[in-house]
Design a protein around this ligand. Structure first.
Ligand code: GLN
Length: 192
């Protein structure tokens, strides 16, 4: 099973490491043609405006929408979560606009620009160590979205069918259980 990491900007190598720890093959994706080689895609953290611009420039908006239409799983972390969202607070335009949620960028304010916490995630037994860096949060989700984790009453992890999103950076610790969760999703959809 091959899981790709969109390698236009952001934390790519760390995701590849975590994918491998979860027992799948991790591949950096730089060109749209390479999407044909993978069963699931991770959009990493970084800066969502930059990632969105580069995705437009290199044809990834249409290509990833098509990938998702084929029910191949997509996982957005931090900036990647923003790229997946149907609505971004204060911005006219979404990027991929795939997942039924409204997100707010840099939502934790200056005092809490980056922090770590132990997070209970639905579907994962023990709490996961979560690293937040200028993180977005999910303000609102549609009925089809399952909330997997909250921090101080705010939604920070969610799933809608084959789409997964987290506000934090699961690739920055040795705890690869959210990657394992995504790899299981990819496995599940590959069988369909
Ligand atoms: N603040 C960034 C943005 O809005 C996301 C930060 C991150 O990915 N660590 O795009």
């Amino acid at each position: 099973m091959n899981i790709g990491v969109l390698a236009l900007q952001g934390a790519v190598a760390e995701h590849i490491r975590s994918i491998r720890l979860a027992g799948a093959e991790g591949i950096a994706i730089k060109r749209t043609e390479e999407l044909a080689e993978i069963d699931g895609l991770i959009i990493p953290g970084g800066e969502s405006t930059t990632i969105g611009k580069l995705m437009r420039k290199y044809g990834f908006i249409e290509a990833v929408r098509k990938f998702s239409e084929e029910k191949k799983p997509v996982f957005g972390t931090c900036a990647g979560l923003i790229v997946l969202a149907q609505e971004i607070v204060g911005q006219e335009e979404a990027h991929l606009g795939l997942m039924n949620m409204t997100v707010s960028r840099n939502a934790f304010g200056r005092q809490r620009e980056s922090f770590e916490t132990d997070l209970n995630i639905k579907g994962i037994e023990e709490p996961v160590r979560a690293v937040f860096i200028r993180a977005p949060l999910i303000q609102k989700v549609g009925d089809s979205v399952d909330v997997l984790a909250e921090y101080n009453g705010e939604i920070v992890t969610a799933r809608e069918g084959h789409l997964l999103a987290s506000s934090f950076h699961p690739e920055l610790t040795d705890d690869y259980r959210l990657h394992q969760y995504f790899a299981d999703m990819v496995h599940e959809y590959k069988k369909l």
